[in-house]
Write a protein that binds this ligand. Structure first.
Ligand SMILES: CCCCCCCCCCCCCCCC(=O)SCCNC(=O)CCNC(=O)[C@H](O)C(C)(C)COP(=O)(O)OP(=O)(O)OC[C@H]1O[C@@H](n2cnc3c(N)ncnc32)[C@H](O)[C@@H]1OP(=O)(O)O
Length: 218
């Protein structure tokens, strides 16, 4: 990783592009890619998804939106790069590192002792009856649980299992406190726990295992 301290794991893996493994020695954490407006672009996409989730367009309006979307997709077609050089997932200055597929969260504190974050499920994360879909809660736990494991061991880890206990309803459009930490570790195994709270109310709990990747491991 460019800019990362020299460590045993900070070595180039196999040069074959598809098989360099889940950890890339040249993976660059950056705030530059995509430019200063990239975060706002992602935010506008999220807002569009919020609207789509609740919109009931006329057939004419749906056709108009399709035309506009085709034009937008064509604009992005000329800028496509691989996952390792895309801003999405590497922009540490943006919510969820600029990754459109994740519920937007901000990390308040992160290190070997765990991760404290604030996550806000958007209207498009609706499951039913006005609250978040359980799968989106699991995604938030997966990413931030993986981050707790990665920050403890200093290299990426993969989810081996992930259990979410849903204790009460998870609201949308509400800043929620999400905490993850490695409760114990045994060799490459990191047993990660987590909690999701709306104020004092426990919404969900995480019980998971993340396996530290070996250099070059896919
Ligand atoms: C500076 C750097 C920080 C930078 C800051 C980065 C921040 C950015 C954070 C992003 C965070 C994203 C986090 C997303 C993480 C995913 O979502 S990953 C995607 C979902 N997961 C997968 O696709 C994994 C699929 N499975 C696999 O690839 C492999 O099974 C695994 C999990 C890598 C393990 O395979 P392996 O490495 O060959 O290990 P293996 O020898 O089978 O098992 C090792 C040990 O674990 C045990 N084990 C394995 N699986 C299980 C299981 N399911 N249950 C119980 N035990 C198990 C084995 O029994 C064994 O135990 P011991 O014999 O050692 O006691």
């Amino acid at each position: 990783m460019k800019g990362a301290p020299e460590q045993e794991w900070n070595v180039a893996a196999d040069e074959t592009p598809q098989h360099q493994g889940g950890f890339r020695a040249d993976f660059e954490v950056t705030t530059e890619r995509g430019g200063p407006s990239y975060g706002e672009m992602i935010e506008q996409v999220r807002t569009f998804m919020d609207k789509v989730r609740y919109a009931s367009p006329s057939p004419e309006l749906a056709d108009e939106v399709i035309d506009d979307l085709r034009k937008l997709n064509a604009k992005l077609d000329s800028t496509l790069v691989d996952e390792w050089t895309s801003p999405s997932g590497t922009r540490i200055d943006l919510p969820s590192r600029g990754n459109i597929t994740l519920p937007p969260y901000e990390v308040l504190d992160g290190g070997p002792d765990g991760v404290d974050a604030v996550v806000t499920f958007r209207p498009f994360h609706l499951g039913g009856n006005g609250v978040a879909h359980g799968g989106h809660v699991a995604i938030a736990f997966d990413d931030l649980g993986g981050m707790a494991a990665a920050l403890r061991v200093g290299r990426p880890a993969r989810t081996a299992y992930l259990t979410v206990n849903y204790r009460s309803l998870t609201p949308l459009d509400t800043p929620l406190t999400l905490r993850t930490w490695v409760e114990r570790h045994d060799g490459r195994k990191n047993f990660v726990r987590g909690t999701l709270h709306d104020g004092d109310r426990l919404c969900a709990e995480l019980d998971s295992l993340f396996i530290e990747l070996k250099p070059g491991q896919a």
